[in-house]
Design a binder for this molecule. Structure first.
Ligand code: GDP
Ligand code: MG
Length: 165
């Protein structure tokens, strides 16, 4: 079985853009408006000869309760995260960490698979250190800076990801 890597995060952080950068097959739909990718889509990828499937999701909407697993799981993205072998949790380096991100982080902390916090939209590598520190407060480990649009940081991220698969 090819390992499954779930791409999760709130809408509009650049999940589909990252999938399109990494995957060889299938086009993920990138859109200016929130919530365009409604369902899960699967995309084949490989890095340094290690094959895996990326799952693009519509974006985790925060649950009302902090206890994500006490109520019905009503979100595709959470379902994708739970079946994955690794999770890329994408946040937006331009907007900073939001309450929605904190809510998603609380859900994902319970995952038992490797979780990578990815700070996207850092198009200018020279400025990334200024914004990275604040994402430690999400409590899901070290933030990995990338620009899905330009490709900065994605090679280092993929090196770490496939080492964990
Ligand atoms: P999704 O809802 O998380 O799948 O987000 P999308 O991939 O659809 O992207 C939402 C918007 O963010 C689009 O306008 C993208 O072009 C933009 N975007 C994605 N990645 C980057 C990036 O690295 N830098 C910048 N500046 N914009 C980005
Ligand atoms: Mg999308």
């Amino acid at each position: 079985m090819r390992p499954i890597v779930a791409i999760v995060g709130r809408p509009n952080v650049g999940k589909s853009t990252l999938v399109n950068r990494i995957a060889q097959t299938g086009e993920a739909i990138v859109h200016e408006s929130r919530g365009v990718t409604r369902d899960r889509t699967y995309h084949q990828a490989d890095w340094n000869g290690i094959e895996f499937d990326l799952v693009d999701t519509g974006g985790i909407e925060p649950l009302k309760s902090d206890d994500a697993f006490s109520g019905p799981i009503r979100d595709q993205a959470l379902a994708a995260a739970l079946e994955a072998d690794a999770i890329l949790f994408i946040v937006d380096g331009k907007t900073g960490a939001t309450e929605e991100d904190e809510s998603v982080a609380r859900m994902l902390k319970r995952a038992s698979v490797p979780l990578f916090l990815v700070v996207n939209k850092l198009d200018n590598p020279a400025r990334e250190q200024e914004v990275l520190w604040e994402f430690y407060s999400l409590g899901v480990g070290e933030p990995h800076p990338i620009s899905a649009l330009h490709g900065h940081g994605t090679g280092d991220l993929l090196d770490e990801l496939v080492a964990a698969l």
